[in-house]
Design a protein around this ligand. Sequence first.
Ligand SMILES: Nc1ncnc2c1ncn2[C@@H]1O[C@H](COP(=O)(O)OP(=O)(O)OP(=O)(O)O)[C@@H](O)[C@H]1O
Ligand SMILES: [Mg+2]
Length: 891
Amino acid sequence: MRRSTAPSLRRSSQFISPISETQCDHLHAAVTSSGERRSVAQFPNAVRSTASILDLLSGSSSNTVVPEVQSPDDACARPIVSTAHVRSQEAKRSIVELVKDENFDSNQIVSHSYKSKRLFNVVWSKQSKKKHKTWEGDGTLEVVEKTVILKDTDGKVIAQSSGTKMAKLEEGSRLYVGNKEVEIIDVISSGDIHEAYSNKSCSTGSKRLPEATSNASLPVLKKSKILPKSTLVCVQRNRGPNKPLIMPSPTHEHQWKHNHAHLPVVDVMVDNCLTHVLRPHQRLGIVFMYECILGMQRPEYHGAILADEMGLGKTLQCIALVWMLLKQGPYGGKPVLQRVLIVTPSSLVVNWQNEFLHWLGRERIQTFVVDQKSRPKDYRLLPQIPVMLISYEMFIRYYDDISQIHFDLLICDEGHRLKNTTIKTYALLYQLDCKRRILLTGTPIQNDLQEFYALIDFTNPGVLGSSTDFRKYFEEPILASRQPSADEDVISLGGERAMELNHRTSWFILRRTQEVINNFLPTRQELVVLCRSTPLQQATYESVVDYWESRGQGSGPEEVAHLGVITALKKICNHPSLVILHQSESLPGEEDITQHLTQNYPVQDDAIFPQQSGKLDVVICLLEALKCTKEKVVLVSYFTQTLDLLASMCVQKQYKFSRLDGSTPSTQRMKIVKNFNSPHSDNFVFLLSAKAGGVGLNLTGASRLVLYDSDWNPATDLQAMSRIWRDGQMRSVYIYRLLTTGTIEEKIFQRQISKTGLSGAVVDPQNQSTIRLSNEELKDLFTFHRDSTCTTHEMLDCKCTGVGLVPHGDLQLQRNLSIAEDELSSQRDCQLQVGQTLASNTCVRMNQLFQWQHYSQPIEATLLQELGLSGASHNITFIFRNLSHSQTVRL
Ligand SMILES: Nc1ncnc2c1ncn2[C@@H]1O[C@H](COP(=O)(O)OP(=O)(O)OP(=O)(O)O)[C@@H](O)[C@H]1O
Ligand SMILES: [Mg+2]
C-alpha cells in the first residue's frame, strides 16, 4: 500500500535547545510574515466553535469561535520549543482568520524569500501507451524555469528533465519527465514559491538537486479524454487555492508528557490532496478533533464529540484526520495512529469505505470491511491495512476477536445510539481498550441528562465522575430547579450547575448547523402540503374515533388501546386500505379496530386503490409531473405497509424504483444507494424506510423528497428529510411534508412546532412507548376537523389571506409569537426541559412557520406548476412554503 502525505509540504523543523523568553519572541517575530511583532501568548490556543450542553439539549447551536488565550508563562517557560511550534502558532491564527477571511493566503506564514518555482501535485507511472493507465503513486512536480523535478511522496527525486520549452501546465496536463509519465492533479503554487518552503521540502527527502540539468525533453501530452478513475475524482475535487492546514503545536506540558525522547517538534498538516476540498467549518472540525484526541485540551482525556448537523461532512473530517495521523505526528513526525476502528450502523459501512476511496483514492489507503467473509481475526494478519470498518452488530458478534487487536482510535458513527448504557453495544464499546474516541452524531442529544451523561462518559470516561456523582451533583439540582414549586435558591443552584455542566463538557463537543454550508448548496424549498381527505378516509377515521369513544375512551388496558387508535388513524391518513385489509399486521389493540372497520367497509382491494387517499393522489400527481424530467424522487415513510403500497403504485405506473427498508441486507444497501444516485440509473423513485435508512445516507441523486408521514420526534423527521440536501447536490431541492388536513397528522406536526402543549413523554406508537396523555389531550388528538382547510394555520391565528404573504397587520402577532418562542427557548436553555422531546432549532418552530409563505386555495397555477403539484390541486387545501437561499432562514 502506498501512502502519501504530500511531503513536499511537510516542514520538519529542527530541535532548538532551551532559549530565553527574549529569544523566543525574537524567533517568533522573525517568522511573522507581516513583520508585526507578536508574542506567542497572543495567539489562541484552542480554535473551535463549541456547542454547549444547553445548546445540544435545546437543539440550538452556536458557531462562536472560542479562543482560549494561552498563558504568557507557557510561551517560553519550557525548554522544548521549535520553529515548528512558532509557525504553528501562526497557523492557529491562520485557522481562526480563515473563518473571517476566505482570501487569507497561508503562504504568508513562512518567509519573504522567493525563488521562481511552480509546484504541482501529480500522479506518476512508468511511461506506457496504455489507454487506461494505472498510476504507480503520487508526488510533486517542481518546475523552475525549464527544469522539471518529479519527487515521490517522501520528497525523493525520481525523475527530472530540463531544457525544452513548455506548454501551459494545468490540471489534467500530462507530460514526460525522464522515463516517467506524469499527470498534474492540481496546482500547489502556480507562480513563485518561497525558497525557504521548498528548501524544507527538499531537506526531508534526498539531497537537494542542482538547479537545472539539460538535454531532456519535456513533451507535454494532450489531456486524455478518458481519465483514470482516481484522476477524475481528484480533478473534480479541486476547487480553489490550496491552503495548508497545519495543526496547532503541542503545548509545553504536552511535550513534557509525551515527548520523552525529546524528538523535534514538527508540523502536522492535512494532506494537500484534501485541503482543496475542505470547507472552512471542516478545517476547524479537524483541528478540534486533533486537539481533543491528542490530549491537547485536557491531558488526561482523549475523546471528542463531533455533533455537526446532518450533511456537514463529518465523514470527510474524520477521514482527513485519520489519514493525517496515520502518516504524521508532532514528535519527530512519528505517526500517532497505526490502526483505527470505525463502527457505524450497518447501512453505512460501505458508505464509509466509498468515502475513503473517493477522497483518498485506492492508491493511498485500503480499508478492511468486516462482513460474512472477512472476519476481524483475518484483519489481525493485515498490518498494512490501517482502518477497520464494522457495523455495531458485527462489533458485538466479534468483540472477542476485536479486543485482541490494538486500535489507536475508535470512531463511532451515528453515536447517539450509545445514549443507553444498558445495551450490550455500549458496554462492549466502553470496555474496548482504546482511549482516543470520536463520537459522531447529527441528531441533537435529546430527552434526558442520563442519556447525555452516557455519551459524555463514553467519549471521555470519568470526566464527569461516576453516574451517581453526576446524578447528585448535576441532575438532581437541575431537575429540581425545573419544578413549579422550586424556590429561588433551588432555581439558582440548578442554573449554576447547568452552567458548570456546560463548561465542563463544551471543550470536547462541537456542533455546527447547516448554515455553514448554505453558501455551497443550491436552494431548497421546504413545503408543508395539507392534503384533503377522501370520503373513505373521513368515514373510516370518524368510525375509529367513535369506536374509541364508545369504548369509554380510556377503558381497558389504556396505553395499548391508545396506541392502537393512534396507529389506526395514522394508517387511515396514509391509506384506509392499510387498516381495512391488513388485519394480520395490526398492532396489539388495533385488531379490534381493523375488525370493526373491515365489517363496516367491506371494500375490495382494487376498488380502493389508489384513489382513496388524498396524500397518495398528491404523490401520484407529483410523480406524473416529474416523470419526463431528469429529476428523481425519494418517498419516505415510517410504515413498511405504506412502502408496499407505494411500491405497488410504482409498479402500476411502471416507474422504476429502488427500495431500502429494515429487511434490506446491509451488504446490499450501499449498492442500492449508489445505483440510484448514479446519473446513469433510470430508477426514478427511491422508497425509503425512515426508521431503517433515515440516518447517514446520501441520496443526492434525487432532488425531491416526500415525507409521506411524520414521527412524533422532530429529530427523526429531520434525519429523513436531510438525505437529499447535502454536499454533492447539484439541483434545487424540494422537500414535501404531507399532512392530511384536520387529522392527527396535523396534531403531530403542531406538537413538533410548539412544545408548550406537550405534557407527556415522547410518544411513539411504533416503539411502543408509554403514552402519558390525559383523556382531554387524547380527545383533542383524535378530534377530526373535517371542514378545516388547515388547523395549523388557524392555530397560528394568522390573518393572512393565504396568498403567500404575511399581511402587515400581523407583524405584531408575529413578533409576539417570536418573543414567546424566544422565551420558551431561553427557558429551555436554562432549564434543560428534561423529559420532553427536545427538537433542535433545525425543526421549524411556530414563529418560523409564521414567516413562511402561506397559500390557501385557490393557489396560483404557476406556483403549483413549479412545485409539480398542478394535477393535485383538487386534493390540496393549504401549503406552507419556505425558500432557503444561502444564508436565509431555514427549517
Ligand atoms: N468538502 C466537501 N466537498 C464536497 N462534498 C462533500 C464535502 N464534505 C462532504 N461532502 C459530501 O457531502 C455528503 C454528506 O457528507 P457526510 O455523509 O459525511 O455527512 P454527515 O455529516 O455524516 O451527515 P449525517 O449526519 O447525515 O450522516 C457526502 O456525500 C460527502 O461526500
Ligand atoms: Mg454521517
